[in-house]
Design a protein around this ligand. Structure first.
Ligand code: AMP
Length: 217
């Protein structure tokens, strides 16, 4: 099962990606997480990505195409993958298709998880993430039992650098600019499916499973 998750920032691609990864037993690969790891570790790649990420802009295609191409060739991705945050541009979609063609594989589906902008802003401004395990909370809709600490491992809950109002707005502008060509691309390939991203994660997950079942993937 080779899946791509599309949708605005904060719509729940990460949450759904993790859930699907467990049920489908294929790795969930988040381009944003890989870049944040590179920034944290201070690698050459992280240094090149840092500025764009802070401003809510995309990093250059060549950089992310290389990272993801390398990641998809690793052994654990041979039985499938769930891509979250990649591709983000039509150029990246073409690069992904080229890698898959080299590996003799095709995409099973591109799933667009959709949510109105005002809901995205509300979700992102209240989002908190466990520094240790990455579990996502929301201060209002899905708060932890103890303020500022993760229920799972007691890690500190932090706010992502780019989850601040000005950057959220910029990320949404960038999203709307890039998504239309990407949707047209996947529509033409007959793999695009749309899923309503509103409501609690368990409900959205049911919609995902129904769509995957009806698509026969
Ligand atoms: P995300 O965690 O998916 O919201 O990504 C966080 C940030 O990482 C984005 O705002 C971009 O700066 C960068 N990024 C992640 N994935 C990509 C991508 N496929 N292409 C370009 N930039 C990306």
């Amino acid at each position: 099962m080779n899946l791509v998750l599309l949708g605005p920032p904060g719509v729940g691609k990460g949450t759904q990606g993790r859930m699907l990864s467990e049920t489908l037993e294929v790795p969930w690969l988040s381009s944003g997480d890989m870049l944040r790891d590179a920034v944290r570790e201070g690698t050459a790649l992280g240094k090149r990505a840092d500025g764009s990420m802070r401003q809510g802009e995309l990093v250059e295609d060549s950089l992310i195409v290389e990272i993801m191409g390398e990641r998809l060739r690793r052994a654990d991705a041979t039985k499938g993958f769930i891509l979250d945050g990649y591709p983000r541009t039509r150029g990246q979609a073409e690069a992904l298709a080229a890698v898959l063609a080299q590996l003799g594989r095709t995409l099973s589906a591109a799933l667009l998880l959709d949510l109105p902008d005002e809901d995205v802003v509300t979700r992102l401004s209240g989002r908190r993430i466990c520094e240790r395990c990455g579990r996502v909370y929301h201060v209002e809709f899905d708060p932890p039992e103890r303020d500022g600490r993760c229920d799972v491992d007691d890690g500190e809950l932090i706010r992502r650098d780019d989850d601040r109002p000005e950057t959220i707005r910029r990320r949404l502008v960038v999203y709307h600019r890039e998504i239309e060509p990407l949707l047209r691309y996947y529509e033409a390939e007959w793999v695009l499916r749309r899923i309503d991203g509103s409501g609690p994660p368990a409900e959205v997950n049911k919609r995902f499973e129904a769509v995957l079942a009806s698509a026969g993937v």
